[in-house]
Write a protein that binds this ligand. Structure first.
Ligand SMILES: Nc1ncnc2c1ncn2[C@@H]1O[C@H](COP(=O)(O)OP(=O)(O)OP(=O)(O)O)[C@@H](O)[C@H]1O
Length: 298
């Protein structure tokens, strides 16, 4: 369990993280979503004791990170895959960490295997690794102590599509066995595919949080027709608000009302479904639009 209570971090006068509270429960994957500069990394660094909060508190299994007796045994952390010692081989990175955590060295080979780093790759220096390989090594490091909690900052960065599917399975399995996962991303579709719960942050503040399905249910219906203009006119006539999204029109109404409006106007639909990916994208844009980040205004 991760508990974040009223965390705030100010750099000078400007709050990078402003009164953020949320909980991540065992058996769930929580997606931490927000645009660049929203405060995701700063929040995660505070949870992991790397950045002191201005106020508020974060605990893992009931204790602040720095008070955990053997943190690597409680929580696996991957905040920056590039932070690994470039001169060490992948195997050395894990062996050194195993020594620090008091873990049997035989676990190293098991974890390398689990994250799909073959022996030939494990013998190479980290400096020669691709970002995807570094992410896999970082994940192996996070999993090394068999923790019950994982905190991962943009873990899908640099992974190819097969790697993303693989990671999704690994994290789902971890949570299904009772683990707690907090992962940040700006890849909305990626988060939607894996998270049970969402915490959406904009300009340092939580702008929405809750169960993914519950948040998406309020988003509406995705509809498409070959004749998009006729569809929009039909929706207008029925008084239904529609927004253009990547794969069609997003309507803030039940599918039945949307289908009915199209049928009355004689518009043939090619798709009609509860909004999912597009809905999340729209939700994300709507929720964070009101909270411009400092990156936006630079
Ligand atoms: N050490 C620091 N000193 C000053 N400002 C900082 C520092 N670290 C972060 N910030 C600022 O705090 C804000 C939040 O940054 P943070 O890195 O937490 O956002 P993020 O959501 O993780 O963004 P990204 O997706 O780009 O990594 C940004 O405006 C950033 O410039």
């Amino acid at each position: 369990m991760i508990a974040v209570e009223r965390l705030t971090k100010r750099y000078g006068a400007h709050p990078a993280v402003d009164d953020v509270s949320f909980r991540c429960e065992p058996g769930t994957v929580t997606g931490f979503l927000g645009p660049n500069g929203a405060g995701k990394s700063t929040t995660m660094r505070m949870i992991c004791g790397l950045t002191p909060p201005t106020s508020g508190i974060a605990t893992i299994a009931g204790l602040p990170y720095r008070q955990l007796a053997n943190p690597g045994r409680e929580v696996g952390v991957l905040l920056d895959a590039s932070a690994q010692h470039a001169g060490r081989t992948g195997r050395e990175v894990l062996t050194v960490a195993a020594g620090t955590m008091g873990i049997d060295r035989r676990e190293v080979a098991a974890k390398l295997d689990q994250v799909g780093l073959p022996p030939v790759a494990a013998r190479r220096r980290v400096g020669a690794y691709s970002l995807g390989m570094r992410q896999r090594l970082g994940l192996a490091l996070a999993l090394l102590g068999d923790p019950r909690v994982l905190i991962l900052d943009e873990p899908a960065n640099g992974l190819d599509p097969e790697g993303i599917v693989w990671m999704r399975g690994l994290l789902r399995d971890f949570a299904d066995r009772g683990g707690t996962v907090l992962l940040s991303s700006h890849l909305l579709r990626e988060v939607e595919a894996i998270a049970d719960r969402l915490v959406v942050i904009g300009n340092g503040r939580v702008v929405a949080q809750g169960g993914k399905d519950e948040l998406l249910a309020g988003v509406g219906t995705l509809v498409r027709a070959r004749d998009q203009g006729a569809l929009r006119a039909a929706l207008d006539r029925a008084g239904l608000d529609a927004t253009r999204v990547t794969d069609g029109l997003l309507v803030r109404a039940e599918a039945e009302a949307v289908g009915q409006a199209a049928a009355v106007a004689g518009v043939a639909l090619t798709e009609l479904r509860p909004a999912s990916s597009s809905g999340l994208e729209q939700l994300f844009l709507t929720l964070t639009a009101a909270a411009p980040t400092r990156e936006d205004v630079r």
